[in-house]
Design a protein around this ligand. Structure first.
Ligand code: GCW
Length: 675
């Protein structure tokens, strides 16, 4: 079986009732036909952007932009008053509030939700709303499925791609105010003087949109770039080197945001190479940045094999340091304890680390959700994580509240999303993948917005406001991520991916001498008795890292949320599930329901053809076909493989597999992108 992943599309010769669109305008498709009267009491490059956006697009009467001393609005907040008919006032403490207010007003117009009288006050829940680009200096993008890197390092700093400003505009329109330009697997070269001049050129373009630049750093930089013989964070020469480097950066980029650090993780250097700790490393960099008000985002994605359960390791390594970090350090924690799986319970560090600022890292790029081939709207995944109750201070202690400064009063609050953006004309590789970028920005601003409301907003702006389109399309989006969970890894299964890439299934994968925790069998633990990883008190006891009542609920097979069942338990094949079916039978039903959902998405999409331009219609239709084939592939691979252990028949009411296990075990994908 040969699979063609990025080999072009066969566009259908469908009638094109609507203008063709390539997706390049994202959700900002307002037609520049308006000539609104817009007045501002002050001038600045940022205010000029707000004014010109409103002038071009606002269909109502006049707009007044005012700076007011209303401290309650904070740096980024705004209020909107007046009425579209008689005139609107946008007020803010700072210029960026006016910019966000302008985009908010235009969004209400474009989504056809302008009330007759406006009385709006908005402030963001997180101070820092940051995209992380895993972009390498050679133009490749780690886990990127939307072409090459947006950053054209070769032609910078002299040539500025028009996409930089378009990128800044799109982000500002949803409130994103920071970007880490380079991969966390960082090359020391990013801090070399020529590269810093290129970074400065990008920062200059992003500045009027109030997007700060941050960089990922390599912990060995003092050795690779300087002539030091060590990168020991307690070494005075090392500290001086970082101090000098940071000062050099701020001379070029006075509003530079700070560093993102992946250290002692997946082979990268870090303080532990010198017998020091994450605390020593983070605080050393924090001291270098503090005089310039820069911050350190230190990642907790670590799993040195000191405990047989990888899911426990970040908590074990970081909890002892709680309360000991400098105030300008924030710990960046992936949503789940393992690694961006289609579904994971939230990381136990949320809620547990109370005396240190902690930020959520979400993955917008679909590393584990079918790349840009599969339609998987991640607003629901982000919402599920942010609304998970940690019970850290009793019921209602959601991950969102444990990180937004409300439950634990930290002035430094932030959230990050690993971008799915590249050189692709449509930015994200799949028209619907734009929605996950959009949703990240909207949730970073307001983490209690329902994913469904965000989907509708995005659809109206990106395609059109006809409810005959919006309602079925929103329904399709809302079930899309759950569909992926069902056909890939239902009931708490995780990491069944093929070796070397994370696209297709390889639950049988064996690689001689590989780290056990990089192999699917480490996670699914299938045997003749049953399936799943025992993380309960009879196993690795990861449940103990959660607060009561979760630890008890999840510890007990009978009360464990079935979404996480095989995450926390090794369950007998004949175990009776809530549906009354056996585990085996339930597993078969779940895989089939995933396939069925994709078929339903295909049907729903085909019905929407009259409402969509031909170009995007055909692209989505073609991607859904790939997704439908892949869903069957996943179902057959996983069920036929697990059946070698369960030795039970696939329930007779369900579709039969269409592949042979032997054949599937021979599939080797030719991936054209970086794995
Ligand atoms: O998910 C894993 C990815 C790596 C990534 C790493 C991380 C950037 O497979 O590609 O490296 O996580 O988040 O550091």
């Amino acid at each position: 079986m040969k699979r063609y992943l990025y080999t072009g599309l066969f566009l259908l010769a469908a009638a094109a009732p609507l203008r063709a669109e390539d997706g390049s305008r994202l959700w900002l498709r307002g037609n520049a036909t308006a000539h609104a009267r817009v007045a501002a009491g002050r001038q600045s490059p940022t205010i000029a952007i707000a004014v010109s956006e409103l002038q071009a697009q606002w269909q109502g009467a006049a707009v007044q932009l005012s700076i007011v001393p209303n401290k309650a609005l904070g740096d980024d907040g705004f209020s909107i008053s007046g009425s579209p008919q008689s005139g609107v006032t946008i007020a803010a403490v700072a210029e960026q509030g006016l910019l966000y207010g302008a985009y908010h007003l235009l969004r209400l117009q474009e989504t056809q939700s302008l009330p007759p009288t406006l009385s709006i006050t908005e402030t963001p829940r997180y101070a820092l709303r940051i995209l992380n680009h895993w972009d390498n200096l050679d133009g490749s993008v780690e886990r990127g499925y939307a072409g090459r890197s947006l950053w054209k390092w070769g032609e910078l700093p002299d040539t500025l791609s028009p996409r930089y400003a378009a990128y800044a505009r799109a982000n500002a329109s949803v409130g994103v105010n920071g970007t880490v330009l380079n991969n966390v697997n960082a090359s020391p070269q990013i801090l070399s003087p020529p590269m810093l001049r290129k970074v400065k050129a990008i920062a200059d373009v992003l500045r009027p949109y109030h997007i700060r630049v941050y960089l990922s750093i390599n912990f060995s930089s003092p050795m690779a770039l300087g002539s030091l013989e060590t990168a020991d964070p307690l070494d005075k020469a090392v500290q001086r080197w970082w101090g000098g480097k940071v000062a050099e950066i701020y001379r070029l980029i006075p509003d530079f945001g700070g560093f993102l650090v992946k250290a002692n993780s997946e082979g990268l250097p870090g303080p532990q190479d010198y017998g020091r700790t994450h605390l020593d490393g983070a605080n050393m960099l924090a001291d270098a940045l503090a005089p310039h008000s820069g911050i350190v985002m230190w990642r907790a994605f670590v799993y040195s094999p000191n405990d047989p359960d990888r899911a426990k390791q970040a908590y074990q390594e970081f909890m002892p340091f709680d309360g000991k970090f400098r105030p300008n350090v924030i710990i960046q924690v992936k949503n789940g304890p393992v690694d961006f799986q289609p579904r994971e319970p939230f990381s136990p560090l949320f809620g547990a680390m109370q005396r240190t600022p902690v930020m959520v890292e979400l993955q917008i790029t679909q590393e584990y959700l079918g790349f840009s081939n599969h339609l998987a709207y991640l607003g629901t995944l982000f919402e599920e994580c942010l609304q998970s109750d940690t019970y850290a201070r009793g019921a209602g202690s959601t991950v969102a509240k444990a990180t937004d400064g409300s439950l634990f009063a930290h002035p430094l609050t932030a959230i990050a999303g690993v971008a799915n953006i590249g050189s692709d004309v449509g930015w994200c590789g799949h028209p619907f993948a734009q929605a996950s970028w959009y949703a990240f920005g909207r949730l970073a601003w307001s983490h209690s917005l329902p994913a469904e409301a965000i989907a509708r907003e995005w659809l109206r702006q990106t395609f059109g406001s006809d409810s005959a389109f919006v309602e079925p399309a929103a329904a399709m989006m809302m079930q899309s991520r759950e569909a992926v969970v069902s056909y890939m890894m239902p009931l708490g299964l995780h990491h069944l991916f093929a070796w070397g890439h994370h696209y297709g299934p390889e639950p049988w994968c064996r690689v001689p001498n590989a780290r056990p925790d990089w192999l699917p069998s480490y996670y699914h633990k299938a045997d003749s008795a049953g399936l799943g990883f025992d993380r309960s008190s009879t196993g690795s006891h990861a449940t103990a890292q959660y607060f009561t009542p979760l630890r008890e609920q999840w510890d007990n097979l009978e009360t464990c949320d079935e979404r996480y069942l095989l995450w926390f338990h090794h369950v007998p094949w004949g175990y009776t599930m809530k549906s009354g079916r056996t585990l085996w039978s339930e597993l078969c039903h779940r895989y089939q329901s995933g396939v069925d959902s994709v078929r339903a998405m295909q049907q729903a999409w085909d019905r929407l053809q009259p409402y969509v331009d031909a170009e995007r219609f055909a692209l989505v239709q073609s991607r859904l076909r790939t997704q439908a084939r892949d869903a069957v592939w996943w179902r057959d691979a996983c069920l036929l493989y697990f059946q070698t252990f369960s030795r039970r028949p696939i329930p007779y009411a369900l579709e039969r597999p269409v592949h042979d296990l032997d054949e599937l075990m021979k599939v080797k994908l030719e991936m054209t992108h970086h794995n």
